[in-house]
Design a protein. Structure first.
Length: 276
């Protein structure tokens, strides 16, 4: 049987301070500073508070506050985007996670994707949810803002950046056919000038070529001047494949305008959308 939560005077001081400061996450260092105690004492306080359900561990040394307003039989936050937001710093959500949030994809995905400029990339399992941290160079770390995602304030890539991140690293987005679906789904609400401006900042000719090719193939409503700006930015002599060779075959139809070799069968490239 679950027993009601209780607090010692020292624990009350910490919880009241965290709630007063609206601090949703607490670390060992926070406890040391607030209570003026040693590292070992702070660890013991955190352990007791987690045992008594005032805190829920996110990862070693980092805990989520379970505020008093959740009652004496408290529960932790189940929003995976809240949990992910405290795993790395700085960060923003992108790839399939952001695509689903913006309605660019109907696939929620089993993995929550975050981009960061620091730390070690890789996967981690927190509360039975898988998170994938993708390392981005500083020049690609832009195009996101704070949003309210299912009750939590988090950093989310905007629709244009979501698509470009996905086109740049399609393995994290369901591959090129899914990116084509994102472009199609956002055709009436994407800011095309912003999309092209962002794309140039990636410093990748092949990304510009693939983007232009997909825009043309999908007959998207892009202004002629904006399309021409993209064409100029993509100019050069280098050819590229639409799909990554480690998954898709070599060879395919060549598009001279964008210098793209489409090595993805058309039936798969546009498998979930209708092209006019």
């Amino acid at each position: 049987m679950t027993t009601p939560r209780s607090l010692s005077p020292l624990e009350s001081k910490l919880i009241l301070r965290l709630e007063w400061d609206k601090q949703a996450v607490v670390t060992t260092e926070n406890v040391m500073k607030i209570l003026d105690v040693s590292y070992e004492h702070a660890r013991q306080v955190l352990h007791r508070l987690a045992r008594d359900r005032w805190l829920a561990q996110i990862k070693p040394g980092k805990y989520e506050l379970i505020p008093a307003e959740r009652g004496e039989y408290a529960f932790s936050d189940t929003n995976p985007l809240f949990i992910g937001s405290v795993l790395v710093e700085p960060y923003y959500y992108t790839f399939t996670t952001a695509a689903f949030y913006h309605g660019l994809s109907t696939q929620a995905g089993q993995i929550v994707y975050l981009a960061t400029t620091k730390g070690r990339p890789g996967q981690m399992l927190v509360r039975e949810k898988e998170y994938r941290v993708v390392l981005q160079p500083n020049y690609k770390f832009f195009g996101f803002s704070e949003v309210d995602a299912y009750g939590s304030k988090v950093q989310m890539a905007n629709p244009e950046k979501t698509i470009l991140d996905s086109l740049d690293q399609p393995a994290y987005a369901g591959d090129i056919p899914e990116v084509a679906g994102m472009l199609r789904a956002g055709r009436s609400r994407l800011d095309w000038e912003r999309l092209i401006e962002y794309a140039v900042r990636f410093r990748s000719k092949s990304l510009l070529q693939r983007l232009g090719y997909l825009i043309d193939q999908l007959h998207l409503p892009i202004d002629a001047k904006v399309r021409n700006d993209l064409l100029v930015a993509a100019a050069g002599n280098t050819k590229c494949y639409l799909g990554q060779l480690k998954r898709w075959q070599k060879g395919g139809e060549y598009n001279a305008t964008w210098r793209v070799i489409n090595n993805i069968p058309r039936s798969e490239l546009f498998s979930e959308i209708e092209v006019a």
